[in-house]
Design a protein around this ligand. Structure first.
Ligand code: PNW
Length: 491
């Protein structure tokens, strides 16, 4: 539970960035507009059984047409920053390094970036949030083909730096490599839906493909960062990094086996990507678990991968209690549960099975990451889906008490981690600005701090949105007014 004794003197520095996050495929809709090419989610979401409610991303929250409204919403919350992603196939419809650029796609994002800046909102831009151009999957299986995808991705990144980098100073290369690899190529629940489970997928090999996809994601990220640093950074002066998902792992009890299990969970969920990128090596457990199924980097690749992120981008939602055992390599052969040894639940259950509210875990994770990777931390996603919110009438859904409670706990953990533990946290983005297309959950699971009525596309602020806005306004130091110039004294 939230400890009510947080000293009122605690605050966050005036340059702390806070706001809300979204992703292109989850909000834009208008999948045919402006010459956009298909992404792997377009067709995947239309296959019967792939989304809970059978609905796709063709309309989503219609933000391609309603971006002005979304902007007004951001302004009304008073955010400092907005995290959103660019759809690769709007910018390069076919995706590849020799394929044409769509000026209409560029213009859409360029206008939006200008409009944000005109309102004093800092754009925080994700290059890849899962909507791979379909053509690249058709041509060479996308992330499974390292030599092709690295070159295509780096060209796409370069186009974005060239066209938007004069105004965008915060770049994220990839959103959640673990989800891309495991959910797309291991469990097969996300596009492109490959898996060894033949009931689910006609092709795929869950024992090798996720690790190969992850390898390509790391390299694509790293080579794009190298391009930014060598060709753009000096002139544009921005920063670039990756954002990783990862939930806190807590041993189920004090037994040495379960303490070790919790570390194994972290090694696979986070260390798989973070150790190479920040430390220049794989966690020993990854090698032990996978043997030669873990693709290796050459000397030259290691030199590009190590140190390839200016900050730690952290997406986190929950805490798992970890028990040794089980055969799920995707979580380190560790069993996850929310039920404590005494039978009680860790926290309030969300609409989706994988999420319970446990704010202490958020603080523990910040401390763990800061100690291990020694980078400033940007919390790029964090949020909660209220149980059965989709079944409630709007007036009721707006009073999203469980989500308010979640954010109350997390903000309290955040400010303590900064003020008591000395963790260098520089940004916080709640997921999400709006209810939106929640991937395999369709529109059933709502993560928004703003309610979307999908019949009218009207937006309504929920209590949680107002809570976050007020909390950050109260806790982020006021920017220093331009100090009057000190008069130069003549000698
Ligand atoms: C993240 N899990 O995905 C994504 O970055 C968002 O696009 C998404 O809407 C949000 O979290 C909420 O789900 C995740 O199964 C998807 O543990 C699944 C998991 C975690 C994160």
């Amino acid at each position: 539970m939230v400890t009510p004794n947080t000293p009122s003197s605690y605050e966050l520095p005036s340059n702390f960035l806070w706001g809300f996050a979204t992703a292109s495929f989850q909000i834009e809709g208008s999948t045919d507009a402006g010459g956009r090419g298909k992404s792997i989610w377009d067709d995947f979401s239309k296959i019967p059984g792939k989304t809970l409610d059978g609905r796709d991303g063709d309309v989503a929250t219609d933000s391609y047409n309603r971006w002005q409204e979304d902007l007004d919403l951001l302004v009304s919350y008073g955010v400092k920053s907005y995290r959103f992603s660019l759809a690769w196939s709007r910018i390069i419809p076919l995706g590849g390094r020799d394929d044409p650029i769509s000026e209409e796609g560029i213009k859409f994002y360029s206008d939006f970036i200008d409009a944000l800046l005109a309102k004093g909102i800092t754009p925080f831009v994700t290059l890849y949030h899962w909507d791979l151009p379909q053509t690249l999957h058709d041509r060479y299986l996308g992330w499974l083909n390292k030599t092709e995808i690295v070159q295509d991705y780096v060209r796409y990144a370069r186009v974005c730096f060239e066209r938007f980098g004069d105004r965008v100073k915060h770049w994220l290369t990839m959103n959640e490599p673990w989800c891309i690899s495991i959910l797309g190529y291991g469990r097969g629940v996300f596009a492109p839906g490959r898996s060894s489970d033949r009931l689910r997928s006609p092709e795929g090999d869950s024992s090798t493909e996720p690790w190969i996809a992850g390898h390509s994601v790391i390299l694509s990220h790293a080579y794009a960062v190298r391009a930014y640093r060598e060709e753009f950074k000096q002139k544009q002066g921005g920063e670039i990094g990756v954002t990783l998902n990862g939930d806190w792992a807590m041993p189920y009890d004090d037994s040495p086996a379960n303490i070790e299990a919790a570390q194994h969970a972290l090694d696979v969920a986070i260390g798989w990507f973070a150790d190479p990128i920040y430390l220049g090596s794989y966690p020993a457990y990854m090698k032990e678990m996978l043997g030669d199924r873990l693709p290796s980097f050459t000397e030259e690749e290691w030199s590009v991968v190590k140190g390839s992120s200016d900050f730690y981008g952290m997406n986190t939602y929950t805490t798992n209690l970890c028990k040794a055992g089980g055969e799920d390599e995707f979580q380190g052969n560790v069993e996850y549960t929310f039920t404590r040894p005494d039978g009680t639940q860790l926290g309030t259950q969300a609409h989706c099975a994988w999420l319970q509210d446990y704010p202490e875990g958020f603080r523990d994770l910040l401390n763990y990451l800061y100690k291990r990777y020694r980078k400033p931390i940007y919390v790029t996603e964090n949020g909660f889906a209220v149980k059965d919110e989709d079944k409630k009438p709007v007036e009721e859904a707006l009073h999203d008490d469980d989500r308010v409670q979640y954010y109350r706990g997390v903000t309290d953990s955040l400010i303590k981690a900064v003020n008591e533990d000395g963790v260098d946290v520089r940004a916080y983005f709640a997921w999400s600005l709006l209810d939106n297309f929640e991937w395999a959950d369709g529109y059933v699971t709502r993560f928004g701090v703003t309610y979307v009525d999908y019949k009218t596309q009207k937006r309504y602020a929920k209590d949680s949105g107002n809570f976050i806005a007020k909390w950050f306004q109260d806790h982020v130091q006021q920017e220093e007014k331009d100090a009057p110039p000190t008069p130069v004294k003549n000698a």
